[in-house]
Design a protein around this ligand. Sequence first.
Ligand code: DI6
Ligand code: FE
Length: 418
Amino acid sequence: MNHSVHHWDALWLNVRLATMKPGSGYGEIVDGAIAARDGKIAWLGPRSALPRGPRAAQEHDGGGAWLTPGLIDCHTHAVYAGNRSNEWEARLNGVPYEQIARQGGGIVSTVRATRAASFDELLQASLPRVHALMAEGVTTLEIKSGYGLDLPNEEKMLRVAREIGQLPGLEVRTTFLGAHALPPEYAGRADEYIDEVCQAMLPALAGQGLVDAVDAFCENIGFTPAQTERVFLKAKQHGLPVKLHAEQLSDQGGAQLTARYGGLSADHLEHLSAKGIAAMAAAGTVAVLLPGAFYFLRDTLLPPVQALRDAGVPIAVATDCNPGTSPLTSPLLAMNMACTLFRLTPQEALAGLTLNAARALGLEARLGSLEVGKDADFALWNIDRPGDLAYSMGLNPCAAVVKGGARRPGGADTKLNA
Ligand code: DI6
Ligand code: FE
């Protein structure tokens, strides 16, 4: 691109900015403007401060819309086949959970369906969920493996996630969650399965560039802290950051373990202890709260939000989109639930899907707030004030999305190869 005449590639005028810049609350700039060059934010500020003369190759009128950083859903299991609405309905009809589990229900039913699906079937099953997230302003999406639980099927899941990352206007970060559940063929042999995860699966998948981070389910119904630590050690050997499903159903000390490995995030955290909070604060590990799972499981123990605030632990919010405990594909509803259920403020909820979600993925140098030099990655909203994003339930006011300085085509264009 020739920059000799125009400073910028594109300029958005008549927008109200919520920059989410660290320490500035919403970072509101009313009657603002924002400019992009080479995919990065080149200028932003009040319209009155705009330089005169030829400015940008393209000028867009934002029509007074609010413009925020693109939303980042930093914890999802959006790639899977089948669903579990049948089990959910059976439970509501009084069938005991044990009977459902005995009949092959629960997480292993999703493993079975995911293993049985071809690459293309798995992609097609996952795309509607991804499209729903994108329609509400998601520009960056974390997707975990963990329903394959053997090398070929974990690879298939991660390749589908990478393929989803080819959608225009979307960036995908993959997380290897081989230690999600014990596959049936390893029943009673959890340590041997962890051997397989560490010695075969993780090295092979990391070697193919399919893994951006490593996660595990550390829980009395998942893997022990010792097994989790073996996975973390192997991740570190491959130079990969770690994160953890921690203290969801019980306090296993998973947050401290994650902090010791310099983890990006510890997620769920309803049973998080004071020691866990202190360790996370010292290590800069983000607390990812997942109100959709709390809601769907009808949990009653709240995560210690005030103690996290007091300790200065950054708080992110995500959908946890998964078939068993959080069939949620709405980041805006996740924000609403974070406020109604966890008592986050609407500003904290928006920071949870922007700035702190970027931190939870290790992407804060480039994403999560509107600042010169960061990616030109944002969403425009037909709302009166930023708090409206967390306030309404079921309304989607997303008017446009820009990723890397380019407007994401609307509607049908969110399809692959469109
Ligand atoms: N914690 C959860 O809530 C989900 N995974 C996890 O580690 C449950 C996933 C599922 O039930 O399919
Ligand atoms: Fe999860």
